[in-house]
Design a binder for this molecule. Sequence first.
Ligand code: MSP
Length: 642
Amino acid sequence: MTAYITTPIYYVNAQPHLGHAYTTIVADTYCRFRRLCGDNVRFQTGTDEHGDKIVEAASRNNTNPRAYVDSISAMFRDAWKHLQITPDSFIRTTDEEHVRTVRSILQTVYDKGDIYFDEYSGLYCKGCERFLTEKELVDNKCPDHMVEPEEITEQNYFFRMSAYQQQLIDHIHANPEFITPERYRNEVLSFLSEPLEDLCISRPVSRLTWGIELPFDPGFVTYVWFDALINYLTGIGYPDGDNFRQYWEVAEHLIAKDILKPHAIYWPTMLMAIGLRPYSKLHVHGYWNVDDTKMSKSIGNVVRPADLVAQYGRDALRYFLLREMSFGLDASFGHETMIARKNSDLANDLGNLFSRSLSMVHKYRDGLVAAAGKREESDDLLIETAQRVLPAYRRHMARFEFHKGLQTIWELVSQANKYIVVNEPWALAKDEARAERLDTVLYNLVESLRLLSLTLGPVMPETAAKMSKSLGLKNDKRVTSLDEGGRWGVFPPGTTVGETGALFPREETPGKAKKAKPAAVSSKKKQKQIGEGLVSFEEFKKIEFRVGEVISAERVEKSDRLLLLKVRAHEERTVVAGIAEYYSPEELLGRQVLLVANLQPAKIMGLRSEGMLLAAKSEEEGKTKLVLATVSEPIKNGSSVS
Ligand code: MSP
């Protein structure tokens, strides 16, 4: 199949921020996913360089529009490179070819009689670069820019958009997937339930010169939206380029909700007037806020993708954005959530699985992966998980449900981690008679990692490449094609695996925004950073957790904080616990708790304490909250916990 995916072309009145990065990362991920499925894909992004806003920004920066757009457009191009985003074409509306095409389209529509000259008074919002209707205002202000629009009366050219209203409504009804998610389709239909006004498509040169001159009247330049939307055609060589013939039919535009109206109403009606079929699909996503607040220059909370890449790494950022936002809904960026996700999903779950598995192959088999032998129950469970997860991943990604696609993949990550715990390869390695079992366990782990590198490629291209290289499969079809590699058991036995470096360093300072790390870190230092804050699985296994029941509890004299407890686990233990501010002795009796059972005994206020209870602690509205950890169902006292 063929696909043509576009992002909005971004205004060059500001530098790239998190919102721009999100749309472009989504487009890049989706393109990589479609290529993984074997499709022929073209990906286009670019910059929108005409209009009032650009002129103002250039003069604010004491430069002329030409020099200004060149510099900011280059920043967008570099930002995408930095995020490993690889468009096939980067279009600028100041490109000569684009200017030529816009003028020729204007002439066609004018000759057809769909552009006329008239006087107009309206409420113009500079931020939106368009006239707003009374209905769109909130407290007389533009809801997006929070400023009162200016009343403007002028003579202008108009596009007969209203003539295509019914045709557009019919098209939306006949093509349920034309605008998704459904909430945005409904929004557009509701807007179209009122009569559509014609669209003002020119600006007098007395007011604006930085634009494309109308071919039929040099006294006017083209309204920036009429110019910008046409980029989707010029980028593929409309009207007679090969790419146009190949890709226009399958065009899928990706935007955020802020520019729904130009894309869902202006653009398809313009296409109808040009005599072209509307694009195939419009995918609309929500807005990124920062710490639940709208991102804005005046608040000073604009997040720059380059800073985040320096702090967390590009793949961690790509993963976070796709995992955290449900496509179509708003989401909030915060450093704490970013750090928590990176540490738990990437450093712990995925990173540890990768390094543990490969280091065991090195340690027990000198890096050589042998064939799997007879299957046992735990193998079936792992294989079934992989076989369930792969088609679900494919379905979700194809529907732009990236967060669900990733959630699904993490089911395999977590099953593979459990598989290690259940099979205890380190114990198998000590027993000659169980050599085949160890081979099977190691093979299945490596095969799981291969499937993970295959499916994570679109989201985290750098990490996936690192993984597949370590698995000895660089550029192998089995890690680059879902059809060839998306089945269980295709990892070739007899392969020697490579180095096992950590995939993701842990973040050490949750809770506060960090300064960007210096770009270059020596490899020795890096190794140290990776090791810090981590415990090896062997170290973790040394801790003995047990379920115990509180059989007596009393306050410790002269202490507000301490309770003296007797806990019945595999044996009876005395525990002095600092929980008196949160629990009364009575409410603890009969409760099952989690005990660290092999902690060195200690004397606390003269009392011997032979263990520690696990509890969760948080700060909520300035108050500390503490709750004891327990088991989800009653279980025999003394049961071990792992
Ligand atoms: N130049 C027009 C688009 C013309 S397309 C023919 C424009 N440019 S823009 O620079 O303002 O970019 C808007 C787009 O940037 C949004 O539709 C979205 O893709 C992205 N985002 C900008 N801020 C965003 C958030 N806060 N959150 C998510 N995406 C946002 O409009």
